[in-house]
Design a protein around this ligand. Structure first.
Ligand code: DON
Length: 294
């Protein structure tokens, strides 16, 4: 599959992401017996970017409750780009359409439990360490700082939403948490384990402990199907049929219900903003192992 890495473009709007190796391709499959099988650049660390939106969503619903979260953010897909502001002003009550676009994700992050930005970040790190089983996991400081410096679109979205009363916290500390959330750094195998936990009703593969409540794990997978791959979600549902979430770093999280967790990393993106080789790989994995849920 590495031949596909020559075709896309590495994201550059977050300056630090430019440094990614354009020919990198890694994949890990976390399987039923707790074994993680890795291929290619499986040891390479990368940041989650928008893949973190599913993690933050699960945590915000666990901390603030479904009614609070979906009182402020909708559940409908959008064909628009992830940074879009256009619909906010056109819609009633300025409710972001879903938690996978930036307006929705910023609102969701504001509902993670904790009084201060440091508390929220600690809470998020504890949760991701549980999901991955990796106690060392942290965020990439250089990527977080690089995004914070250039986050003017997200800053604009957050101030607008604060003005509308959708976001209630201060914008700068919120952006600080959000950019560190997007900069959470891991390997394909860490990512695949997150997919496995969501795929197995939120339970730890080792202890069976409930890390995420069953309805929350189900809801997260449903959002991955309807809006996880932006305006490629429909096509991917048909061609792969695996709940999946992408990020501009080139990361893709896949979560097969009662099946494997998938972590893919390849930085060059297709014109929809999803990892080009990653999407191809996901389709082939699905065909080969008959993974479609439909
Ligand atoms: O907020 C942003 O713009 C980035 N931290 C994440 C965007 C992203 O990954 C969109 N996904 N494909």
């Amino acid at each position: 599959m590495r031949a596909f890495t020559g075709e896309g473009e590495v994201a550059t709007y977050i300056p630090e992401l430019r440094r990614a190796a354009p020919d990198a391709l890694g994949c890990a499959l976390y399987t039923k017996n707790g074994i993680c099988i890795g291929f290619g650049d499986k040891e390479r660390m990368f940041t989650l970017q928008s893949v973190s939106k599913v993690v933050a969503l699960a945590l915000a619903v666990m901390d603030s409750g479904e009614d609070e979260v979906f009182g402020k953010v909708g559940m409908e897909p959008t064909g628009g780009p992830f940074y879009s502001m256009a619909r906010l002003e056109l819609m009633n009550r300025s409710k972001p359409l879903n938690p996978m676009i930036n307006a929705g994700a910023l609102t969701v992050t504001s509902m993670i439990g904790g009084r201060t930005a440091t508390d929220k970040l600690e809470r998020l790190l504890r949760f991701v360490r549980e999901l991955t089983g990796n106690e060392q996991l942290t965020y990439d400081r250089a990527v977080a700082a690089s995004e914070l410096e250039t986050a003017d679109h997200n800053r604009a979205l957050a101030y607008f939403l604060k003005g509308e009363g959708v976001i209630n916290s201060d914008v700068e500390p919120l952006l600080d948490v959000y950019t560190k959330q997007c900069a959470l750094s891991m390997t394909c195998c860490d990512l695949a384990r997150i997919g496995f936990v969501f795929g197995h009703e939120g339970r730890s593969p080792e202890t069976g402990e409930q890390i995420v409540p069953v309805p929350v794990a189900r809801m997260v997978k449903t959002f991955m199907v309807t809006c996880g791959m932006y305006n490629e979600s429909g096509e991917l549902a048909i061609k792969a049929g695996i709940p999946a979430k992408s990020g501009v770093s080139g990361a893709i999280l896949g979560s097969v219900p009662d099946g494997m967790g998938i972590g893919i990393y390849s930085p060059p993106l297709n014109e929809k903003g999803n990892s080009l080789a990653g999407v191809e790989l996901l389709k082939r994995l699905s065909r080969h192992f008959h993974l479609s849920i439909f």
